[in-house]
Design a binder for this molecule. Sequence first.
Ligand SMILES: [Zn+2]
Length: 333
Amino acid sequence: MSGTRSITNLLPVMLLLPVLAGAYGAESQPLPRSGPVQVARWMDAKAAAIALVFDDGLPEQVQIAVPMLDALGLKATFVINPGKVHDGAGSAQATGWDDWRRIAASGHEIGNHSMTHPNFGTTAAASLEQEIVGAQRRIAAEIGMPCVTFCYPYNAETPESRALVAATHAVSTGGERKAYGGAGFTVEQANAWVDAAIASHSLLTGMIHAIEKGYSPFANRAVFQSHLDYIAGKQAQLWIAPLGTIGRYRREVAACTLTATMGDHRATILLTSPLDEALYAVPLTVTIACDGTPTDVVAVRAPGTTTLPATCLNRIIRCAIAPSAAPVTVTWR
Ligand SMILES: [Zn+2]
């Protein structure tokens, strides 16, 4: 039989793939679909992502927005100024650390919006350390978990502030944010932003301030509720998560290396990362193209028997795999 190679001799095939989304640059590119094993651009291979970021830690956000989000099971990011937060409970005039601890414990993200909300364009370099790093430490100490996201006050970035933020925070608001509320805002417009993000497979980062009274409010809370209902109805296509989670996912996708060994109804996947795995531990969605529709998909991290989430939809197996030096074996039948 020399000169003839059976199909089994061709397997396993070693594939060394750069993580594909990282090689695709502009967000307007469609999800890459070349090769049997890939890392999805967004978690669960959703078409797009949305991060609702609430600025300034306003009491209305605690009292009105958080209950609206919680009723729909949506998780958001609240960027606060720790220099303006009271000890203990909040009030109609100011928020308290008890508020933010409770909100963080329920799965929302508390991010850093600087200690006192200065404009970095006119801030003395000597105060940047306290405004950026001092605020981050205060939030982490009060909340009891790492503070990974920085949001620039007035969206004002300078080379000095950008360098300090990059050195200390995993994620920052930069680039375009969609401004919610204010004169002329309509829910149709905001819904169209979501549709455009889905069509272009991109991230929509919202910038939300007051809900009804204060800077840039909605006409009333029902307007915002209507938009949240619209988002919640799109969850099959839309990954809705805190910016710190989405931003870290994105950095992991750009930095990780994927090695896949394909076998018969089996794939061994190694997803390694040069990043700090304690901080960058958001599981990436690895997709495996398969024949037919397996009903039994099992993903196990070696060694041992740690089972990872794995499902199959439309002939694409999806596994949630955090970067690690330990390979994952996926089998299906
Ligand atoms: Zn602000």
